[in-house]
Design a protein around this ligand. Structure first.
Ligand code: 1GP
Length: 232
């Protein structure tokens, strides 16, 4: 795995700018020992709510990155930027189209050294991102591996993101994916809401991402950090 600004991340919280989070909750997340906060959402992301959340996270000393999913939500001032490419869709706009629109408009402002593409493989059909992008989520193991090889070997993307957002995924598939990833950093996200799930996913993924549970059970979300720290 080559060295990047996010190489050391084992655990990250993903926060949605559209969702409400009190100062106390944000403080608990930012001082939990997690490596980073990723700001991103599948809908309702605006310049205003993204700037607002960034400014609140910036008071803390931890990495804060933006997953750029809309043009209006592309806000300067983050430590790093991720540009998602959804690989398992036939809709070219999600693989390269929106990204080209973004570069046409903002290409000269991109901080390239702190910007990385993520090869998303979305595997939960119920996830908003799967619906929006019309992702082919019904892949068998060989299918998933072929996307991983595309992302990691052919496209040499710095991040391979196995995304089950909203549901805990198939850990056997994640294990097989890990065996195949040679160059990129393997991110896993989806349904991590207990210490055990965090530990299991962290066994195979380089980086685990914890999202939804932050908003429904903060203590459970915080416990996932400890699971990863113990496995370091
Ligand atoms: C979402 O991968 C993240 O993009 C995390 O998933 O919200 O299910 O934790 P959850």
């Amino acid at each position: 795995m080559s060295s990047t600004w996010f190489s050391h991340w084992r655990h990250a919280f993903k926060l949605d700018p559209e969702k409400e989070l009190s100062d106390e909750m944000l403080d608990a997340l930012c001082t939990s020992g997690t490596d980073a906060i990723i700001v991103g959402g599948s809908s309702g992301v605006t310049f205003e709510n993204t700037v607002d959340l960034m400014a609140r996270i910036r008071r803390y000393e931890l990495d804060c990155a933006l997953e750029v999913t809309t043009l209006e939500g592309a806000v300067p001032g983050f430590d790093g930027y991720f540009v998602p490419l959804v690989l398992n869709t036939d809709k070219a706009e999600w693989i390269i189209g929106k990204q080209i629109e973004g570069l046409r408009e903002f290409g000269s402002f991109v901080p390239w050294d702190e910007t990385a593409a993520q090869g998303y493989i979305i595997l939960n059909e119920e996830a908003t991102a799967a619906k929006v992008t019309e992702a082919h989520t019904d892949l068998d193991e060989a299918g998933v591996i072929s996307y991983v090889q595309m992302a990691d070997r052919l496209m040499r993307l710095p991040v391979i993101y196995i995304e089950y957002s909203g549901k805990f995924g198939d850990m056997n598939i994640l294990k097989r994916v890990r065996d195949k990833v040679e160059h990129g950093q393997l991110f896993y996200g989806g349904g991590i809401d207990t210490v055990d799930k965090a530990r299991e996913a962290a066994q195979w993924a380089h980086t685990i991402v914890v999202g939804n549970i932050v908003y429904t059970d903060l203590n459970a979300a915080l416990s996932t950090v400890e699971a990863v720290k113990q496995s370091k």
